[in-house]
Design a protein around this ligand. Sequence first.
Ligand SMILES: Cc1ncc(COP(=O)(O)O)c(C=O)c1O
Length: 430
Amino acid sequence: MIGRIGVSPQLLLGFSLGVLLSASYSEICSILSRLLGVRDDDSKFEGGKIQMTSEEAEVVKKEIRVGVEGLIGNTPLMKIKSLSDATGCEILAKVEMMNPGGSAKDRIALAIVERAEAEGHLRPNSGDVVYEGTSGSTGISLAMICRAKGYRAHICLPDDTSTEKVDLLEKLGAEVEKVPPASIVDKRQYVNRARSRAMERNNDESIEGRGLFADQFENEANWKAHYDHTGPEIYRQTGGHVDVVVAGAGTGGTISGVSRYLKRRLPDMKVVLADPPGSGLYNKVKYGVMFDIMEREGTRRRHQVDTLVEGIGINRITRNFDVGRPLVDDAIRVTDEESLAMAKFLVEHDGLFVGSSTAVNCVAAAKFALKIGPGHTIVTIICDSGTRHLSKFWKAVGPISGELAASSLEDILDLSSTTSTSRTNTPVNR
Ligand SMILES: Cc1ncc(COP(=O)(O)O)c(C=O)c1O
């Protein structure tokens, strides 16, 4: 062919070499890939294609979380700018609402189920049912974990539980049993009902599958989950600089587990309980007596703890609170008015939409910051999002104005309980 049109092989070779020598490396690659019919992606990007390094490949492997269980924990620690600016303290919050089930209860639900599996009380896909009495997030976390691990969930709750929680439980496929609100000494009370439902199942040989009463209030897997994970995470994320931890107590698992871990690391760190109206824990911590004025004879209202706040506050000492009780140094009482105002304040200043127990935590954290003075690091918990509290707590918050917020922290807090010691720079040792 070459010979036929009269071009010598030497000339052709010389021409080709000339072209090659005058072309850049990327041009040669591009010419060759075009000749070979390979699509040239590299040429689309300046500098060519970036290859994955072996270190990157390792990170990718580690970053894949397995199942919803794999998404639990390692939540971020967030600086709340408005509260930090207003108090001069660094106010940090563990964002537990970023767990897949939307709250810190994912940690304990997983721990309770895994412990029961390890002890042989639960076997996946064998018809086993987990029972719990809960008006809060624990039911949602248990329902989620049960789905993921091959169990059924049966949740007993008071019949006035907010509709968004009941709906969510049902959408997760949990069996929901509503009971009238009652005292803990009443066997129809929702926690007692869940316990007896588990017993009924276990006593009836004809029913397939065993029953497990999760028992979040007394089950030690609860505080241990926070001791093993939440506490160490806070220690790492702060580089070991924590002066104060502020948390409310529902079962007491969070405050006990976190305190038990962090106080071993930081013995001078202070632990402060944030307590809503009607709860007896404030008096227990301050004066050693479990009594609240709202509980006095003849004034007992319908609910055990009468407040708009859900999830924290209690009038008995649970096992999970008791194991951390000696480590709680102080308590701050938070009114419903303050927590409503704080919820609004956090949206207006930070765009942060939180639930009622988080608002209580933030009020107590801010009050304690003002009491001890600037320069300290205070860690609190963002327990869940405001979306779980739209029909009750957030309804009472009222409308949020489109105007940029002008309210100051002092405007929204009743500082009468803290003003006597306010800004006295009480030293808190690291
Ligand atoms: C929304 C919310 N916040 C806080 C808590 C308190 O956590 P703990 O039970 O660990 O004391 C609970 C407990 O039920 C809760 O539901």
